[in-house]
Design a protein around this ligand. Structure first.
Ligand code: F6R
Length: 612
């Protein structure tokens, strides 16, 4: 949620900030703004709407002078999208400007305090409190800016990544991070801060991940980092090894489509290096065998699509490990007094590695004594760094708000984890384990075949894109896949959609089926194919239109009953969701395209959800 960027160097800051923000817009796109230090004080420009509105106002940044500045793209929390509520938020004298990602939880109390001191407020945001409070300490305590920021940090509670400018120190930016992502970029005669690497990759590959509670002062000559006690700390510098093209559309109309098509390669990266001579190798995996043997259960904790991966995982992991696997929404887990102890392995799944609910659940599980293994896409992200073990999905940057390649690679890594643990536990028949591993190596090629059939899916989308409501049904692993298919469709096309376990239809849901209701019936799980067929008949008898997803070997049979059939290559039952996800993603994509929706940036959403 919200993207922030900062630059201090020798070049004009505003064009660099705007270009950086264009790569962060996926994080929020209600409004945007920049503040730049000039000879006459801070020059602040903000506009409601997409970044291009601001960019147009500023002639791509050329209209603003100054070589140090901060920028922001917003996903509104406190106060509706408006020019006044956009960031940067400035203090009453105009000397302090702040960009913020996160939420200041005690802002109301602080605002009250400041108002009683006569400080007038110009916005409804929690962020303005930071700007006013820094100025309050700066003026009242006659402190320098760093002291003033330090004192402000003692008073604010919540999550924040902050970029702070002060007109009196025009060649520096103060950066602060707590529970919201922030990285520092080390350039040549210039330095950067950003919510994520993509914003600065054009300028530098050398980055330093800030720790929670860290503060940094950036000048063009260098960066000084401090810990929460304001003691100077060494900067550990990491080199980013992926290319900027990975975060560009590369000729595709939408990031989502590009990312769907990238899935075979993403799977190759996630799977191939981890299977050698019929065994699973997990890099840097250090959980001892004795610990694995002491496990009594696994808990998968995640949000949204990552949670849906956990739902598929429950079916697969329980079969592989013969241990109970619970799956919880991270936002629920932290408040449900979960039964977790040192014999529980908590598997945390997150594309961004920054989702606040997931991070909070991770900390709660740690507090309860569990070990944390995370499956994460963004390298160096907070969740990866706070886990006992982090397995990367290596899907590359995912920019479209709706996840696709992260989902499939998360599934693959979770399967690999299950296979790895099952070897230590001796819980899975060896021949079966080998068969799954061999089949995993075939997945990328099979997925290429699925994607090559995209025109068929486009055709079905053209038949159904005008509907108001769609149901997804399936049993077992297909039900778990249906949850994701339904989320994809609703989040980007705004069509109302629900996923149900097929067996539950008769317990209530079937009353919703009437003439012409579209039901996407998932029947990829061979063992329950006959049951899937019976449910399809029940739906058809009541006038429903059935679009079925099944294995190639079942296509003919399915075609006799369903109104339309999409088929995917046969594979081990546990791997079918890895192939079945792609047609559902494409269906959602084409439906949204035909409805004229903003596919990469659906309304009200943001990619990295760093608020509770
Ligand atoms: C849906 C989607 C979201 C995310 C969820 C968790 O397409 O992308 O539901 O899956 O916000 O995000 P991460 O995986 O970054 O923790």
């Amino acid at each position: 949620m919200c993207g922030i960027v900062g630059y201090v160097g020798r070049e004009a800051a505003a064009p660099i900030l705007l270009e950086g923000l264009s790569r962060l817009e996926y994080r929020g796109y209600d409004s945007a703004g920049v503040a730049v230090c000039t000879a006459d004080g801070l020059s602040v420009h903000k506009a409601k709407g997409r970044l291009h509105v601001l960019s147009g106002m500023l002639d791509g940044g050329r209209a603003v002078q100054g070589t140090a500045g901060v920028g922001h793209t917003r996903w509104a929390t406190h106060g509706a999208p408006s020019d006044a509520n956009s960031h940067p938020q400035v203090s009453r004298s105009g000397k302090i400007a702040v960009v913020h990602n996160g939420i200041i939880e005690n802002y109301a109390e602080l605002k009250d305090f400041l108002q009683k001191q006569g400080v007038p407020f110009a916005s409804e945001t929690d962020t303005e409190v930071v700007a006013q409070l820094v100025e309050y300490f700066y003026e009242n305590g006659k402190a320098d800016i760093l002291d003033a920021v330090g004192r402000c940090l003692h008073r604010i509670e919540g999550a924040y990544a902050l970029g702070i400018l002060c007109a009196d120190t025009p060649d520096q930016i103060v950066a602060v991070r707590k529970d919201s992502p922030l990285i520092l970029g080390i350039g040549d005669g210039c330095n950067f801060l950003a919510s994520d690497v993509t914003a600065i990759l054009r300028h530098t590959r050398r980055v330093s991940y800030m720790d929670d509670g860290d503060l940094a002062v950036l000048t063009r000559e260098g960066i000084q980092r401090y810990n929460r006690l304001m003691q100077p700390v060494e900067m550990e510098i990491t080199r980013v090894d992926w290319e900027i093209d990975a975060a560009e559309k590369g000729g595709y109309e939408h990031f989502m489509f590009k990312e769907i098509m990238e899935q075979p390669d993403a799977l190759r990266r996630a799977v191939f290096p981890r299977i050698r001579d019929g065994e699973v190798f997990l890099e840097d995996f250090s959980l001892p065998d004795a610990y694995i043997r002491s496990l009594r259960k696994l808990y998968v904790v995640a949000c949204g699509s990552s949670y849906h991966v956990g739902m598929v995982g429950k079916y697969c992991l329980e079969r592989m490990l013969r241990l109970p696997v619970e799956v919880a929404l991270a936002s629920e887990f932290r408040y449900m007094d979960p039964i977790v102890d040192e014999h529980t392995l908590v598997v945390v799944i997150s594309q961004s590695g920054e989702t606040l609910d997931t991070m909070a659940a991770l900390r709660e599980a740690k507090r309860l004594g569990a070990k944390i293994l995370s499956i994460v896409n963004v390298v160096g992200s907070s969740i990866a760094r706070e886990s006992d073990e982090a397995l990367y999905t290596w899907a590359g940057p995912e920019i479209a708000v709706a996840t696709t390649k992260a989902y499939t690679t998360q599934l693959a890594v979770l399967d690999l984890l299950g296979l790895y643990l099952s070897k230590t536990l001796g819980s899975l028949d060896e021949a079966e384990r080998r068969r799954i591993l061999d089949e995993m190596l075939l997945l990328p090629e099979k997925l290429e075949r699925v994607l090559a059939g995209k025109e068929d899916i486009q055709y079905f989308a053209s038949r159904y894109f005008n509907l108001n409501s769609v149901f997804f049904i399936g049993r077992n692993i297909d039900y778990a896949l249906g949850l994701e298919g339904s989320l994809k469709l609703k989040e980007i096309s705004y069509i109302h959609s629900e996923a149900y376990a097929s067996g539950e239809l008769k317990h209530g849901t079937i009353s919703l089926i009437e003439d012409g209701t579209l039901v996407v019936a998932l029947g990829t799980y061979g063992k329950l194919f006959e049951k899937a067929m019976s449910n399809i008949l029940e739906v058809k008898t009541r006038g429903g239109d059935v679009l079925a997803l099944t294995a190639e070997s079942r296509r003919a049979e399915m075609s006799r009953t369903a109104n339309g059939v999409i088929s995917i290559p046969d594979a081990h039952p546990m791997l079918m969701p890895l192939l079945g996800a792609a047609p559902l993603q494409l269906f959602a994509y084409y439906v949204a395209l035909m409805r004229g929706c903003d596919i990469d940036k659906p309304r009200n959403l943001a990619k990295s959800v760093t608020v509770e």
